[in-house]
Design a protein around this ligand. Sequence first.
Ligand code: ADP
Ligand code: MG
Length: 684
Amino acid sequence: MTQKGNIGVTTENIFPVIKKFLYSDHEIFLREMVSNAVDATQKLKTLSERGEFKGEMGDLTVRVSLDAEKGTLTISDRGIGMTEEEIDKYINQIAFSGVTDFLDKYKDNANAIIGHFGLGFYSSFMVSKKVEIVTRSWKDGSKAVKWSCDGSPEFEISDAEKEDRGTDIILHIDDDCKEFLEKGRIQTLLDKYCKFLPVPVAFGKKTEWKDGKQVDTDEDNIINDMEPLWTKTPSTISDEQYKEFYRKLYPMQDEPLFWIHLNVDYPFNLTGILYFPKIKSNIDLQRNKIQLYCNQVFVTDQVEGIVPEFLTLLHGVIDSPDIPLNVSRSYLQSDRDVKKISTYITKKVADRLNGIFKDDRKDFEKKWDDLKLFINYGMLSQPDFYDRAKDFTLLKDVDGKYFTTEEYKTLIKDAQTDKDGTLIYLYATDKDEQYSYIEAAKAKGYSVLLLDGQLDTPCVNMFEQKWEKSRFTRVDSDIVERLIVKEDLKKTDLTQEQTDILSATFRTQLPHLDHIEFNVETGALGENAQPVVITQNEYMRRMKDISKFQSGMNFYAQMPDAYSIVLNTDHRLVKAVLEKSEKECEEELKPVVAEIKGLQARFAALGEARKAKKPEEVTQEEKDDMTATEKKLSDERAKKEQIVAAHAKENKVVHQLIDLALLQNGMLKGEALDSFIKRSVEII
Ligand code: ADP
Ligand code: MG
């Protein structure tokens, strides 16, 4: 007897729609077919446990097989099977309304459609031109039935020959989906989606080498691990087993630092193991390592929205039948249960870290460098994690000693509070490059932190906002005397004219480096300090650093690096340079200086006169006069600078002092370094 009927969909023909819109996620059909087979098997087990099914269970292996000649992929199980009525109920009646609207809305998300409408079985039509179901129910006296459908809303149902209980789903693979007839492709997909299913899944036979050929053995090629580690009781699992499981999940990764076994059954069901990997740098490359399962069926490795963003840096598995996996991501993010899961995981992670910190501080310190990026990221992105992590967050000094933030505050309070009561945290980002600055700070009794991590700049900003009266300053952001200002600084005793000449002498001989700007300052740093010190303003440098993380700050990124060259007017070499310049330029400068004085006086007078008038009373003549005077003044100043420059050019000491300061900052390179060495040899 053969019967015909229409599948209960309101749209004329759903299959072209399925095909078209679900294109990108074709491969999940296999997950749907195998998990249906597993479900049917599990149901039989339950019936047997309840005593409703009294027969032999026998071998329950789900079998996936390919027939290249017929062009079919078959999924067979020995589960509960279906009666004709059940086929009608579960397969034929997929009546739903508004399907096109829905497909349109979610066309980028095959998961959404499949789950929402229970289209699991129909996903087979994404890759098949014809699908057959040959099935026989577990119920006593049931007959085998064959259902078949070629992709039109019309199906056929007929009697069939089938000795055994269970279901065969036979997919006649479409011509444009031939890849799903390849052994390697199917093996890969089974490995991706079915690796941890709770019922044995066999894909062909194990092979062995015989007479120079790969031949099948009698043994089933079981592709899955029925009892993955996360389903076991934590107390029965050894460290080695956790590590082994990690290697299985991520064969290419270094050993994890430690792990957390999650196990909740209220208010939602969730199990899993999260591993802390060693995260050294480039956090973006490390994402999407957590695998999300639903009853041991792989769903996705894109867990954003389910776990807090910073936790996507962790590795491992989460398995929950309660996460609404089949809905869109924006829905996930607003779902209350999902939020609860997210909060729960954050708390668990913080508790675990706190536990290690409390129980074994030495061990925690050892792991800190590897953990730091992760914890920093968590604190920056998740306020509730900041609150939990602030007590075990460590600061490391340049000598490799670790402190909690409270410990460190106590340590530096006396020596590093400035005159306004602000606590100044000094830090270095490179121990070698900033060596002399670190040493200078230490010599003053200061402690210097090492902040060389990828997220230290934003973290420093966060700390400054969260902690009262605290500021972070890099050791080379100013001369050591000014890093922590405790009383007003000693002024240089040079006249303005002398300061001008000294500054001009150095300024005109500064190197021209790409994207770098120098600004010359003078300061009385003491006879024993360096003659010339290069510093980089904290604020500007940090803005530039932050612009790397934040969009919309391109402005800062494009600015040149600005450095200050501080001339120590207490140093004998600097004094000697000034004396020499003054002496050599005196005669030439006299008329220029006189001219400048005259012009300055005139400019001031014009300014006064103008101030007395209303804007509309100022005549064009007066305006022109002022512009002309200003222009002359700047010409004369340029002339003065040229005179000083001409003499400075010949002054080897100036070059030597600048180069030494550059050298100290690793900024003397290439040709400049070469001429420095030659000049040094000459001088010796
Ligand atoms: P879901 O699995 O979410 O229920 P599917 O579209 O995947 O939705 O399957 C629809 C129904 O068809 C299942 O609920 C089940 O009753 C039946 N079914 C599918 N595959 C099998 C199978 N291999 N054995 C027994 N029943 C099956
Ligand atoms: Mg299903």
